[in-house]
Design a protein around this ligand. Structure first.
Ligand SMILES: NC(=O)c1ccc[n+]([C@@H]2O[C@H](COP(=O)([O-])OP(=O)(O)OC[C@H]3O[C@@H](n4cnc5c(N)ncnc54)[C@H](O)[C@@H]3O)[C@@H](O)[C@H]2O)c1
Length: 258
């Protein structure tokens, strides 16, 4: 038996980076996967690749800030798999600006995509999953930046902090109401994805120096790979974690332990 046999998941931001790795690993572990993203061409290509490998997968255009798009996505997941058992609220953008540089417009945009997106995904996920008579899981992508002070990521850190707190509150509601839905956060360190590859110019470093610099911030001496995070997502989506809720899971090569 694969670890996610019988599971049906929506993975937001599933067209790229960590979300892509999670969608692939979920499918290979037996889950039916709906990839949700604003990048339709890339998301559709990944769904095609997964189907070519023999998995049940599809793509839905999903802007995580839209409640209507979430209603459509949860219906599409149920059409695909007959039920919904997991939502991975992973979509995100970065913004390298400190407290003095951040504009109100930038603040609202980053809060909207991360905090509002995770709120809507958690709310719609609960609505679709609470009738299921089986273990269900919501996985909210936070960051090491919700745990340590990173001046250059002001709005991003605040948005990830909001995700961490809303996760614990939603986890308690689901536990108190006996819904059988667990809600947890995953906090990656620096992971090799397009989001991080866009950063060297912010540090006035070339890509190679940037990689060495970032690796040195992590005690294990390298950047993370998307699969490092996807492995944690598989654990949290599976019944191996059935006694785990309201918790923070750091996947950061030791970054926050220093
Ligand atoms: N890469 C890292 O080092 C790192 C570290 C900690 C946390 N994270 C978090 O992990 C998540 C994934 O990041 P990544 O590095 O894979 O980035 P990425 O840029 O590779 O992928 C992000 C995906 O989100 C999608 N997206 C953006 N806005 C969206 C919206 N409004 N609705 C739906 N989809 C949207 C993009 O199209 C893209 O496919 C993000 O939440 C990010 O903050 C990343």
């Amino acid at each position: 038996m694969a670890r996610l046999d019988g599971k049906v998941a929506i993975v937001t931001g599933g067209a790229s980076g960590i979300g892509r790795a999670t969608a692939q690993m979920f499918a290979r572990e037996g889950a039916r996967v709906l990839i949700g993203d604003i990048d339709a061409p890339t998301g559709c290509r990944l769904a095609d690749e997964l189907r070519d490998e023999g998995h049940l997968a599809d793509f839905v255009e999903l802007d995580v800030t839209s409640a209507a798009a979430w209603s459509h996505a949860t219906e599409a997941a149920i059409d695909l798999g007959g039920k919904l058992t997991c939502v991975v609220n992973n979509a995100g953008v970065t913004l390298v600006r400190d407290v003095e540089q951040t504009t109100l417009e930038e603040w609202h945009r980053v809060m909207d995509i991360h905090a509002t997106g995770a709120f809507l995904g958690t709310q719609h996920g609960i609505a679709a999953m609470k009738a299921n008579a089986e273990d269900c899981s919501i996985i909210n992508r936070s960051s090491i930046d919700s745990l340590v002070g990173e001046g250059r990521f002001l709005a991003y850190s605040a948005a990830k902090g909001a995700i961490t707190s809303l996760t614990k509150a939603a986890a308690m509601t689901c536990a108190d109401k006996g819904y059988g839905i667990r809600v947890n956060t995953v906090h990656p360190g620096y992971i090799r994805t397009p989001l991080v590859s866009a950063e060297p110019q912010q540090f006035a470093l070339d890509a190679e120096r940037f990689e060495q610099e970032v690796a040195s911030w992590h005690p294990l001496g390298r950047l993370g790979e998307p699969d490092d995070v996807a492995h944690m997502d598989v654990f949290l989506a599976s019944e191996e974690s059935s006694w785990v809720t309201g918790a923070e899971f750091v996947v950061d090569g030791g970054y926050t332990a220093r």
